[in-house]
Design a protein around this ligand. Structure first.
Ligand code: SF4
Length: 474
């Protein structure tokens, strides 16, 4: 493999043979040593990416991942081990004074506020108890929604091991919770890892989940998909469908199979193909939790119905970063057990997040459309308006849909797996709750109608023309 080294405006493609098959943290240290520069920052694939595992991630600065959808495998397919950057220049901002004044206002009045204190004090592990209380914490392969071992994996358990906070560059929220562990310090685990790698695998041992987290980050595996796949394999063993040698609560098997997945060894070689594949091969479609081949994150839609629509209309499948209705449903004031009104809620979230991610704002920064408009306008010199931004989000969303349609996606790909309809959760606040296929059909049609798409989920020429995308579907 090769790596791309960018030093200011000089770009080189260099041989990465010495780190072929090596874990990411070792690769990062090697590139720093080669460059003789400790400030070099890299985005690297691990063995999982080199082995084209479809849920291989990329890791930067040890604990930051481009986690979902297989970016690590994209690097692997191009024999690209990493991109490493060291820049010493500056970025030109047309109106730096008003930009900094706005930043100051956002910093003091919207960011470092009591409402955001949760990020500093507890970070995302605080969601574990919320999910447990609302009955949507994925447990034992999504077969349950409450976990009897929750006290081993919740925020209080993390706080008992916390040594200090850790932040991304210049962020005052510093949501990272650095913990002490037998294998040394580690940031996290975050909520998704606690849910998918913890309760979903029947594991309540925080030391083990941290080891799983470390393996995934270093080998280049997405913890969400990996925990989902292993949980499914454990459930298949429990149901007598197929035994991959992994069983709920068995820490040794759980850690061993994580390594095997990255290196395509033994049962890991098969699990590395993902939940969709193993469910199809072993007739376990009635148990799987994925959409468009991407495994569900740690919010069971049976406890927050809008998440079903969010996952299944998402361009990349089971993703909670496109729209997050659970924040308003199970964790807020909206009724979590109805699909009424959820199409509009999901669309609003998808459009807004399309803008927010394009602007590279952190998920945990509760930033408004108005603030984004002001920052981006003074930062770029282009005068955006508040009315314009949702339309820009809609345009981004439609561009994604156009690409998916080109690849053959349509309404048939926007449905939840059958377990959502047919296997209600057995206990907890969401026990016995599920919506019918007819109710989902109605919500999906409403979603398409509001988007200006056909009943089959295809953007209409009129809608595309209104968004300035005329001709892109031809
Ligand atoms: S930028 Fe976001 S993820 Fe990073 S420390 Fe701040 S709040 Fe946390």
């Amino acid at each position: 493999p090769s790596y791309v080294l960018i030093l200011d405006n000089r770009v080189e493609i260099r041989d990465a043979a010495p780190v072929r098959g090596k874990p990411i943290w070792e690769t990062d240290a090697w590139m720093k040593e080669q460059a003789g520069d400790d400030h070099l920052v890299s985005l690297a694939a691990g063995p999982a990416g080199e082995n084209l595992v479809p849920f291989a991630c990329l890791t930067s600065e040890a604990y930051r991942q481009a986690g979902r959808g297989g970016a690590g495998a994209v690097f692997g397919s191009k024999n690209l081990k990493a991109v490493a950057v060291r820049g010493t220049g500056s970025v030109r901002v047309p109106d730096i004074q008003s930009f900094m004044a706005m930043y100051d206002d956002i910093f003091h009045n919207h960011l470092v506020t009591d409402d955001n204190l949760w990020a500093y004090e507890e970070g995302t592990p605080t969601i574990v108890d919320l999910s447990q209380m609302t009955g949507l914490l994925p447990t034992r392969g999504f077969s349950e929604g409450v976990f009897e071992g929750v006290e081993g994996i919740n925020s209080a358990a993390i706080q008992a091991r916390k040594s200090r906070n850790r932040a991304c560059a210049t962020c005052p929220l510093a949501c990272g919770q650095l913990t002490r562990n037998a294998d040394g310090p580690m940031e996290g685990p975050e909520y998704e890892t606690l849910g998918l790698g913890g309760s979903n695998c029947g594991i309540d041992d925080l030391e083990a989940i941290t080891a799983f987290n470390r393996l995934c980050d270093n080998l280049g595996l997405d913890t969400i998909s990996t925990g989902n796949v292993i949980g499914l394999a454990m459930l298949m063993a429990q149901e007598g469908i197929h035994d991959f040698g992994v069983h709920f609560g068995n820490v040794e098997e759980y850690l061993a199979v994580t390594e095997s997945i990255a290196h395509l060894r033994g049962a890991g070689a098969e699990l590395a193909r993902g939940s969709h594949h193993i469910a199809q091969k072993y007739s376990a479609e009635h148990l799987v939790m994925e959409s468009k081949g991407l495994e569900f994150p740690a919010y069971d839609p049976r406890g927050s119905y809008g998440m079903a629509l969010a996952y299944c209309t998402s361009d990349r499948g089971g993703c909670h970063m496109r729209a997050f209705p659970v924040g308003k449903e199970a964790f807020g004031d909206a009724d979590p057990f109805t699909l009424d009104g959820k199409a509009a809620m999901v669309i609003e979230g998808q459009n807004f997040n399309s803008v927010k991610w394009t602007g590279i704002f952190c998920d945990f920064w509760a930033i408004s459309i108005k603030d984004i408009v002001n920052l981006v306008s003074s930062g770029t010199g282009h005068p955006y308006t508040e009315d314009e931004l949702p339309t820009i989000g809609e345009r981004i969303w439609n561009l994604g849909r156009i690409l998916n349609v080109r690849e053959g996606f349509s309404r048939k790909d926007d449905y939840p797996p059958s377990a959502i309809f047919d296997r209600p959760l057995p206990a907890g606040p969401a026990a016995g709750k599920n919506f019918t296929r007819e109710e989902y059909e109605t919500a999906l049609s409403e979603y398409y109608r509001l988007r200006g798409w056909t009943e089959d989920g295809i953007p209409t020429p009129e809608r595309l023309a209104a968004l300035g995308l005329a001709g892109l579907m031809e």
